[in-house]
Design a protein around this ligand. Sequence first.
Ligand SMILES: Cc1cc2nc3c(=O)[nH]c(=O)nc-3n(C[C@H](O)[C@H](O)[C@H](O)COP(=O)(O)OP(=O)(O)OC[C@H]3O[C@@H](n4cnc5c(N)ncnc54)[C@H](O)[C@@H]3O)c2cc1C
Length: 377
Amino acid sequence: MDFDLPKEAKLVRRTVREFAESVLVPLVDEMEQTGEFPPGLTKQMGDLGVLGLVTAPEYGGSNLGYLARMIAVEEVSRVSAAAGISLQVHHMGAAAIGDFGSDGQKTKYLPGLCRGDSLGTCAITEPTGGSDLLGMTSTARPTTDGYVLNGRKCFITNCHLSDAVVTVAKTGEGPKGMSAFVVEKGTAGFCAGRHERKMGLRGSDTGEIIFKDCLVSREHLVGNEGDGMTIALKTISEVGRAGMAATALGILQACFDEAVKFARERTLYGRPIAQLQAIQWQVADIFADLEASRLLCYQAAWLKDAGRDCAIESTLAKTYVTEAAVRAAKKAVEIHGGCGTMLEYPVQRYFRDAMVCISAGGTAEIGKLVISRAALA
Ligand SMILES: Cc1cc2nc3c(=O)[nH]c(=O)nc-3n(C[C@H](O)[C@H](O)[C@H](O)COP(=O)(O)OP(=O)(O)OC[C@H]3O[C@@H](n4cnc5c(N)ncnc54)[C@H](O)[C@@H]3O)c2cc1C
């Protein structure tokens, strides 16, 4: 078994790390304070090439694959998990169109998404249907011209930043009664609503999408009528959960880096606290979680690149790594003593960011349901 990363993946890590340190580091404080995704960052990520990592070259991407994407999201999130979730949800939108869209849809939407003309997104969650997908109430009523969409999506990442939103609405009853659509900004009856203010991942754009008698032609149907549940589940489980795992992995790495740095620098009783055994145990716990998390993440991405089933492995990675990031962030705050609670130290942000990763992309309970079904099968 070869644990060495392919050279393209190493290059992606190096390039994205340089970008994160030069471009994102100066933006982090302002993102925290304003709760806004910086204007201009989408284009910069497009120029870097990270927006097209899972899109085919004929549609403007590099198709370097899901391991490269995992590493890119990890490196972005190590500096700004808010930018990390924005990038990973963008990949969900691009993957839904790339995997299930028509040639016309791919030609129309993917090149702009790869360039960074706007970010992509998948708008699935509703006030009545987060964990319970079938509880959604948005409808897409067929007409002679296409479909009329009505309903409200909530907690949608990139909702104000996206020109082409992939969404799901009911065209009938039950799992086969859901269909997916790509809806463009500017379509009458389609708008982004309130902007949420969050405890963590503050610089990512989160909010509502509202459809009110929004007429779209049949060219906007993604896949066939009735494919919506399959498209949503595959995109959430294989792309979204792996992406949230990558976001949490970046936070975990940052927790480790800061915990080690502080433990070496802080002197008590005439020596660095890194020499106290209680601190060494905390660092060892963070390190063990980091190493286990990275293996789970890369395995899920490797399976996806190999074209193999990875829904369980992505869910396992998402569930384990997001909870590990919360554990690590709590320990990192504690190692910092009182400093850990001060806003000028980043570990408090890691804790808030890690907490938000638990529910985004499916809660821990839903993750454990999926994992236990596989374990008990
Ligand atoms: C920052 C952020 C970004 C997001 N981005 C997007 C996005 O881009 N697109 C999108 O569509 N959605 C997005 N979401 C929504 C996210 O996917 C949902 O929040 C998540 O699926 C949970 O749904 P909910 O919030 O409605 O919680 P609920 O479903 O109301 O869950 C409430 C509680 O009940 C528990 N629960 C529910 N069902 C069960 C069960 N069967 N057994 C045991 N416990 C259960 C849950 O685990 C949770 O603890 C985002 C969320 C956040 C926080």
